[in-house]
Write a protein of this length. Structure first.
Length: 277
């Protein structure tokens, strides 16, 4: 992230971030820490068999810890699979035991197995069920505190448009990201009485290890070979991909008091992509 003055708008708050070891998750952790929040960072840090590109490992999570600590924020990091509700609850409790509270949740953990023949179940379980587990894990604490809070689900432009290929992993990815919208809207209604806001953000392609890898490049090349073309994924603005910090900046605003009356919204961060489709 670029150095810049911080408003410390989140001083005294604690944020839980899943998928925090690298990519967007790390960017969220660093931006919220720079704004004054302490961090509970959760990541699986193991490989999932159906995912053909390398997932984050413990060294990645350790790097996030060091970068957050360099901002002056506190951080509790734990390895846990969002598909495992008990493991996620244990990781959350470790953070609560040390940091004392929870104000912000960024359900970011996700995979993109795309052409993997057996990708459907895992992508639904990680991207959608994992977000459900995350919300269910945090609700009791946030309600008991009585101070409201903000939950952000990291969806995708693919959560608002029917884009993808005829591959089970790709269809599952788009379905899971659409599912997050329904999840967000239900919880926005259920939690509004507790002043807990729930929103989703929808980035177009972001330069992270999830899309910037040999597997995804090969998958796109295969689509071209099979069909003679590839879906138009270009943005309206003259930028090919976003940086993780672009998404983190929007999330930081959405969880702040500057957006205190926003709940139940789908916020595109897409350089105009969705306006084209």
């Amino acid at each position: 992230m670029t150095d810049r003055p911080s408003s410390k708008a989140l001083r005294g708050k604690v944020a839980l971030i899943t998928g925090a070891a690298r990519g967007q998750g790390r960017a969220h952790a660093l931006r919220l820490a720079a704004d004054g929040a302490d961090i509970i960072a959760v990541d699986f840090c193991e490989q999932i068999a159906s995912v053909p590109y390398p997932l984050a490992d413990p060294d990645d999570l350790a790097a996030t810890v060091k970068l957050v600590e360099d901002t002056g924020a506190r951080i509790v990091a734990r390895q846990a699979d969002v598909r495992d509700q008990d493991a996620l609850a244990t990781a959350l409790q470790a953070g609560l035991d040390e940091l004392g509270r929870l104000d912000i949740v960024v359900a970011n953990a996700g995979i993109a197995p795309m052409a993997a023949a057996d990708g459907w179940r895992d992508v639904i379980d990680v991207n959608l069920t994992g977000a459900y587990h995350t919300i269910e894990a945090v609700i009791p604490t946030m309600i008991e505190q009585g101070d409201g809070g903000s939950i952000v689900l990291i969806s995708s432009a693919a959560g608002l448009a029917g884009i993808g290929s005829h591959d089970s992993g790709a269809i599952g990815y788009t379905a899971s990201k659409h599912g997050l919208v329904g999840l967000m809207r239900v919880y926005a209604n259920l939690l509004a009485q507790h002043s807990i806001r729930v929103n989703s953000v929808h980035p177009v392609g972001v330069d992270t290890p999830m899309i910037n890898n040999d597997y995804i490049r090969g998958w796109l090349a295969q689509l071209v070979a099979q069909t003679g073309s590839v879906p138009d994924m270009s943005n309206a603005l003259p930028v090919a991909v976003l940086e993780p910090e672009d998404v983190a900046n929007a999330v930081a605003w959405l969880v702040s008091d500057a957006a205190r009356y926003l709940t139940g919204i789908t916020l595109p961060i897409d350089a105009g992509f969705l306006n084209k489709v």
